[in-house]
Design a protein around this ligand. Sequence first.
Ligand code: IMP
Length: 179
Amino acid sequence: MSKTIQIHDLSFVPYIKKETILERVTEIGVALKEEFGDKKPVFLAILNGSFVFMSDLARACDFDHEVSFIKLTSYEGTTSTGKVTTQIGLQEDLTGRDVIIVEDIVDTGTTIYTFLPTLKESNPRSISVVTLLSKPTALKYPLKMDHIGFEIPNKFVVGYGLDYNGLGRNLDSIYQLKQ
Ligand code: IMP
């Protein structure tokens, strides 16, 4: 990994390298196969940030599954606004299905916690939550996460799908805001 990078007005330093991410994604795929291998679950990935994680996770999940996306937004710049906006909603019938929510990062938990009641209205058989990253000290809601790739401190990160004001999603490893 290269050294410090600049995105807009902020500097970031390497934090989790791509090989480490992919190893962890593979482990999560194996664990999900044990739980859902014969259930044809639906992965419901939350855009925009989860598209890279979802893409690798789908290929790490060696069993029948469907992939769908919804678009929810709660972040501006480097902080959560606390208000969740739905830009693309649920498209399919999830009645009786095992739904696995896929997030890039759970920060305050507002996004998933606000979305859960809507998801429950479509009567899925089960709801699980998989997130690549979690910031436990930032969490504001009693949110149960079934699989967490990495627990990280409450510092802003970019890369592997995560952005700072639209940029940085294409970085193949994760970078952390420089002190
Ligand atoms: P929450 O609703 O506070 O849990 O925030 C979840 C969403 O905020 C994520 O899906 C990201 O889009 C965004 N987010 C939270 N923390 C970060 C970060 O450190 N870097 C980039 N985006 C973040």
